[in-house]
Ligand binder design. Structure first.
Ligand SMILES: Cc1cc2nc3c(=O)[nH]c(=O)nc-3n(C[C@H](O)[C@H](O)[C@H](O)COP(=O)(O)OP(=O)(O)OC[C@H]3O[C@@H](n4cnc5c(N)ncnc54)[C@H](O)[C@@H]3O)c2cc1C
Length: 498
């Protein structure tokens, strides 16, 4: 590779917030709102023109998952508030049964309502926003990041914060500050595939429900009439054999996921489709991303045609839109002070410095082979320790969201959006506490941090009252899925579901 030398230049200081949050996905939203509500002067930086990360940019839907298998809401806090307000806006039905992956609940939402509400919530909290801006570099003094270099239409400038919460999903800040990380799977660096979500509009939902009842054997676990009718939002997973044939005869893209998966959205006749797929893409490599954007968009059109041909209700449907960018499931995991493991997830592990809970199954779209693998569907309620947010070698940076220190398998559970927002909330409160005495991140009073989080609505193991109400709307018996289209390994299957 050839190199040229760039001339050095002086950069203007754009802002000096106490806490800079980089990236406005679920983690960044949780972090910015909670740091600001706890008294910090917060700036939230985002490369796109609206907030939400995968919630809106990649159009990932639904949010997983707020309830444990008993139907108790164990993800609350800012994520819980967000859902309550989406319901008021009529942008979500709230938590409904998940017939696809044996989780107790799923939470579909309208992405436009989400965009509106996130601006409202961030503004109410007093967070200063800077959109259309990339974080592209850092300046360090010892173990501290003293400046984050930014680029936007105004040019190249710096922001000088006291603490940075890196919610870029790729641990961009930690990486630029030379903190160690692991990309993908430890043994070979392989990462989960990317998927471009797209929305289809103009579907006749009643026809679709009738088609599902008439063709239930083509769907995972052959849902009953009652299951198909009981949920306000259809969750559709199946057509494995039809898709296989389609791949052979050219009617279905060969590299896409080997099944159809989609979710009904709150607005009439709309669904979000999770069916395109491309392996071998490194989400931190622009050349790979370019290929992924083109190929998955081509796939989306073919998949829509396939649905129109084979599934009832799609006759007059149309592609409403595709995600602003392809959804990247996995890239870097920082090497933190503690690495969350699969065993932690499956053994319901609580930590002295636990700052948020997760309860989603370990969901891995393997980097090779076709079967999506689910382990421990909805059984576990575990905590994410604060130490998993602390990158080695840095004293004023926390990493929140999908890039926390976790193994490829543990990440398969902690990566979902409700959990990421909870992790962000934990990071936000932590920085607000640290600010008082300008302490290094490792010196936060974890007992006080947990107390504050609990007071502010976060559910934490061993602290929050466990006798909470069960959501009676949810169908709670589907915990040992047969795996018609996903393969399930449930280590808890012999244990009573209580
Ligand atoms: C295809 C796919 C399907 C999924 N399915 C589900 C699902 O059904 N339910 C569920 O709950 N979860 C699902 N997930 C997982 C979930 O969407 C992510 O793991 C989660 O969004 C991660 O949250 P985050 O805040 O860490 O990152 P993101 O949501 O990725 O947000 C990161 C933000 O940082 C910004 N950013 C990045 N780098 C920079 C930079 N250098 N400068 C400025 N801004 C920057 C981005 O623009 C973005 O807004 C899925 C993910 C994918 C990709």
């Amino acid at each position: 590779m050839k190199f040229i030398e760039e001339e050095s230049r002086l950069l203007p200081v754009y802002a000096t917030p106490e806490v800079l949050v980089v990236g406005a996905g679920p983690a960044g939203i949780g972090a910015a709102i909670s740091a600001a509500r706890n008294g910090a002067k917060v700036m939230l930086l985002e490369r796109y023109g609206f907030l939400g990360g995968n919630l809106t940019i990649a159009m990932v839907n639904p949010m997983f998952t707020f309830h444990d298998i008993k139907g108790r809401q164990v993800i609350r806090g800012i994520a819980g508030e967000l859902v309550d307000r989406l319901i008021q806006l009529k942008s979500s039905h709230g938590h409904v049964s998940d017939l696809t992956f044996d989780n107790a609940s799923m939470t579909p939402f309208d992405p436009e309502g989400m965009k509106y509400l996130l601006f409202e919530m961030v503004r109410e909290a007093g967070v200063e926003l800077l959109l259309h801006t990339w974080a592209v570099g850092v300046v360090k003094e010892g173990t501290k990041v003293t400046s984050v270099i930014i680029e936007n239409k105004s040019g190249r400038q710096v922001i000088n914060p006291q603490y940075v919460i890196d919610c870029s999903a790729d641990a961009d800040i930690a990486t630029m500050a030379k903190a160690p990380f692991v990309k993908g799977r430890k043994e070979d660096g392989a990462m989960q595939p990317v998927t471009l979500f797209f929305r289809i509009g103009g579907i006749e939902m009643n026809k679709l429900r009738l088609w599902m009842k008439a063709n239930r054997e083509l769907l995972k676990d052959s849902p009953t009439d009652e299951e198909i009718d009981s949920s306000e939002a259809i969750a559709f997973l199946g057509l494995k054999e039809l898709v296989k044939k389609g791949m052979e005869n050219g009617e279905f893209p060969k590299e896409a996921a080997p099944r159809i998966l989609f979710y009904q959205l709150p607005l009439e006749g709309q669904i979000a489709v999770n069916a395109t797929r491309l392996q071998g893409i490194d989400g931190t490599d622009a050349r790979d991303l370019t290929r992924a954007e083109i190929e998955t968009r081509m796939q989306a059109w073919e998949i829509h045609k396939f649905l129109q041909k084979y599934v009832g209700g799609f006759e007059n449907s149309f592609i409403l839109d595709t995600g602003v960018q392809v959804g990247v499931r996995e890239t870097r995991h920082i090497t933190g002070d503690y690495e969350l493991t699969e065993e932690d997830v499956l053994s319901n592990r609580a930590f002295e410095d636990g700052i948020a809970c997760g309860t989603f199954a370990i969901d891995i779209h393997p980097p090779e082979g076709e079967q999506q693998v689910f382990t421990g569907s909805g059984k576990a309620v575990y905590e994410i320790p604060y130490r998993s947010l602390i990158p080695q070698g840095l004293d004023n940076v926390l990493v929140a969201g999908r890039a926390i220190s976790a193994t490829h398998n543990a990440f398969g559970s902690a990566r979902v959006m409700a959990t990421c927002m909870g992790i962000g909330q934990g990071a936000g409160v932590a920085t607000a506490l640290l600010l008082k005495d300008k302490l290094p991140t490792r010196q936060v009073d974890v007992a006080l941090l947990r107390k504050k989080l609990e007071e502010q609505g976060q559910y934490l193991l061993g602290m929050t009252d466990d006798t909470m109400a069960v959501n009676s709307k949810l169908i709670l018996h589907k915990v040992d899925g047969s795996g018609a289209t996903a393969s399930h390994y449930n280590p808890f299957k012999d244990i009573s579901h209580g």
